[in-house]
Design a protein around this ligand. Structure first.
Ligand code: 4AD
Ligand code: MG
Length: 433
């Protein structure tokens, strides 16, 4: 009978049997006639024990020459062993080195983050980075399932666009056959027409902001999920955001416990976010709370990272700050009917200093209002005619929000800087690798 090739994740089904596993040397040590090789294959870690008297010469020779991150194929008998990492051990019967690696750049010693980022392509193999990106992958599936399960149609928005969506100061420009084009800052403007066609839509893709700031919360390329719902008013939007966040956090806690444990994440700090309702605080009350805490923030100001952290620290779960001054928000927002100087906007702030993870609003459904806004924001009206058509042909109330995936991953994983929450981060001074 041929020996099955399996992954480390499948070991439990093969206890007592001989199997082949392929992977890389995570670590190794020797003790007399024994070689212990910790193999990783992307699914887990497996201690492989090579005992010289029990293997042929080529196997022993191969085992001896292996170095960290060498690739290999190993055959052996699976044994349960509670002391071994992962709970299994492989008693090696045969081993072939596929490639013996020269000295691996990422060693045991502490490397600076710049060095690690320059070796991001290799850093991905480390336990921590692996855990973070597994959480990210599960989160993206949770998000897709959330919307798909509720009848939303996925509308992929374009990346090359003729105009700004979220302000003109963070636009990446590119040449488009002699014309100017921009990398998309948000898919929202393209979702609004689609909401009229499909009712409930979402997009999920990369977005770009030429952020000149070097903060831990900003990337120049990040992924955003954006739902847009026809006939939904502001209150419905707040409920949607709350339902969405609580459900995806619960799924991560449920399915990623191993990864979160590896990251030493205190999950008791995430538990409250699985429960509804989330607190809501009006912008004016937020200003007052900040004033009481001694912040110099004035009515009309936007919140910086510190203010967001201070506000969020008043609660044990994400807080929804509502009705910001229209002047500090994007052009497309619906004015508050009770106070035209304010917008029906919401920012959802995560606890523990992670700041704004969701930004959303009800959208203006008035052609005249939007025309005025486009003019006062100095936006080129020609580039928005198609967007204005949504108000010309069957205007309708609608609302939506956007959540930055890396902000959410950072919060869930408890990591300090967004750059570890995306496989290949792009920041003000990094586009390599
Ligand atoms: O608040 P923002 O700018 O909102 C929009 O783009 C809307 N068009 C979304 C919508 O209503 N459909 O961005 C939304 C979210 C933020 O809350 C934040 O999580 C994330 O995107 N984000 C960033 N993440 C990483 N790096 C940056 N530079 C980010 N800018 C925004
Ligand atoms: Mg925002």
């Amino acid at each position: 009978m041929s020996v099955p090739v399996i992954t480390i994740g499948e070991l439990s089904e093969h206890v007592g049997n001989e199997v082949t596993v392929r992977g890389w040397v995570f670590n190794w040590r020797k003790k007399g006639k024994l070689r212990f090789i910790i193999l990783r294959d992307g699914f887990g870690y497996l201690q492989c024990v090579v005992f010289r008297p029990e293997v042929d010469e080529p196997t022993w020779d191969a085992a001896v020459e292996l170095t960290q991150e060498s690739s290999l194929e190993v055959r052996g008998v699976v044994a349960r062993d509670d002391r071994a990492p992962g709970g299994y051990e492989l008693k090696v019967t045969g081993l072939t080195a596929i490639q013996v690696a020269p000295e691996y750049p990422i060693g045991k010693k502490d490397h600076g983050v710049d060095f690690l980022l320059s070796h991001r392509h290799l850093w991905l193999r480390s336990k921590r980075q692996h855990a973070v990106l597994r959480v990210r992958s599960e989160l993206e599936m949770a998000i897709r399932d959330f919307f798909h399960g509720r009848g939303y149609t996925l509308i992929d928005s374009p990346i090359l666009t003729p105009a700004a969506c979220e302000g003109t100061s963070t636009l990446f420009q590119t040449d488009y056959f002699g014309d100017q084009a921009f990398l998309s800052q948000s898919g929202q403007l393209y979702l609004e027409p689609a909401a009229a066609a499909f009712g409930k839509v979402y997009c999920f893709g990369p977005t770009f902001r030429a952020e000149k700031s070097k903060t831990r919360r900003h990337l120049t390329e990040f992924w955003m999920v954006e739902p847009e719902v026809a006939w939904m008013r502001f209150d419905g939007l707040l409920e949607l955001a709350e339902e969405f966040l609580s459900e995806i956090v619960a799924r991560i806690l449920d399915r990623c416990s191993d990864d979160l444990e590896r990251l030493e994440r205190d999950t008791s700090l995430l538990e409250p976010a699985t429960k509804r309702p989330y607190p809501r605080i009006d912008y004016a009350d937020a200003i007052q709370a900040l004033t009481e805490k001694g912040y110099p923030t004035r009515n009309g100001d936007d919140f910086g990272a510190e203010e967001e952290t201070a506000l969020a620290s008043l609660y044990d779960r994400p807080v929804m700050v509502t009705r910001y001054p229209a002047a500090i928000k994007a052009f497309y927002m619906q004015p508050d009917p009770d106070d035209q100087t304010r917008a029906l906007a919401v920012d959802v702030l995560a606890p523990e200093g992670y700041g704004e993870i969701i930004g959303g609003s009800e959208r203006s459904d008035s052609l005249e209002h939007l025309e005025r806004q486009i003019a006062s924001h100095d936006l080129p009206k020609e580039a928005f005619e198609w967007y204005l058509d949504v108000r010309r042909y069957g205007s309708f109330p609608h609302s939506g929000f956007g959540m930055g995936i890396e902000r959410c991953v950072s919060w869930l994983c408890g990591i300090h800087h967004l750059r570890e929450a995306i496989p290949y981060p792009r920041t003000l001074n990094r586009i390599y690798p």
